[in-house]
Design a protein around this ligand. Structure first.
Ligand SMILES: NC(=O)c1ccc[n+]([C@@H]2O[C@H](COP(=O)([O-])OP(=O)(O)OC[C@H]3O[C@@H](n4cnc5c(N)ncnc54)[C@H](OP(=O)(O)O)[C@@H]3O)[C@@H](O)[C@H]2O)c1
Length: 241
């Protein structure tokens, strides 16, 4: 798949991160106009086809306003990719409520807020596609990443439910669950001492572009009959004991 997104507008949050940025570049190369969001304007990608739009996903009002601004400015919204990450790692007994709350607010509720902001526009158009970045930890938890793993499990369930509810309205909702992907986040997880080697049947770690290809596929019309699904991009690692 190379093109396929000409004339389409895709909103990516967490776009300054390793996987969000790779997805933004992948979709822009395929012809999309990409609206790139995260909190800090200065770290967002920007190019002829990538338009930065700073946003903190912990605010529902800001998420709603951003969706409305995109539709007002570009005339349409075809896709949403949520790729927010909160790097909270550590032993269970060392992580307090505030640490858990941070992950739940930005990644779980952040995704809820973004989908809620974009859905009315998709429903009005009779079509739209959402890809939520979850993680393999959602079914195979990392001992040093239990807040993130728990939220990833919740997101897989959320996607499953949203796929069923909004399929009849023409809206597809899917998840991508990366395993170890070469990134600062993987370095931080390894530094926290996961207790588990990140071994994969296909030698890894994977690359951000591996995830971006999966995101682009699920977002595209080539995935027209796929919704509520969770696509692992983990080199087959979940199969290992
Ligand atoms: N990398 C991996 O190996 C891996 C493996 C499994 C799952 N995942 C999942 O894949 C997704 C992307 O991971 P990544 O490695 O690309 O993460 P990353 O490089 O740490 O990027 C995180 C992104 O989230 C943004 N962000 C954080 N809090 C935000 C907030 N309140 N509002 C708006 N944006 C916010 C950050 O930008 P600002 O700080 O500027 O806001 C940044 O753009 C995450 O959901 C992660 O859990 C990654």
């Amino acid at each position: 798949m190379s093109g396929g997104f000409e004339g389409k507008v895709v909103w990516i949050t967490g776009a300054s991160g390793a996987l969000g940025r790779a997805s933004a570049e992948r979709l822009a190369a395929a012809g999309a106009t990409v609206i790139a969001s995260s909190r800090r304007r200065e770290t967002l990608p920007e190019s002829e086809r990538i338009v930065p739009l700073p946003l903190d996903v912990t605010s529902s009002a800001a998420a709603d306003a951003a969706a409305q601004e995109i539709v007002a400015r570009f005339g349409r919204l075809d896709g949403l990719v949520t790729s927010t990450n909160v790097p909270v790692f550590g032993d269970f007994l060392e992580l307090d409520d505030a640490a858990w709350q941070q992950v739940i607010d930005a990644k779980l509720l952040g995704t809820v807020r973004l989908v809620r902001a974009a859905l009315p526009h998709f429903i009005a158009a009779g079509k739209g596609s959402v890809v939520v970045l979850s993680g393999r930890g959602g079914i195979d938890p990392s001992p040093q990443h239990l807040p993130g793993s728990s939220v990833n499990a919740a997101l897989i369930l959320l996607v499953h439910g949203l796929g069923a509810v909004y399929g009849p309205k023409g809206v597809r909702v899917n998840a991508v669950s990366p395993g170890p992907i070469k990134s600062p986040r993987l370095d931080a997880l390894n530094a926290a001492g996961t207790g588990k080697p990140s071994q994969t049947p296909i030698p890894g770690p994977g690359l951000p572009t591996d995830v971006a290809d999966a995101v682009a596929f699920l977002l595209s019309d080539e995935a027209r009959f796929i919704t509520g699904a969770n696509l692992f991009v983990d080199g087959g690692g979940r199969a290992l004991p």
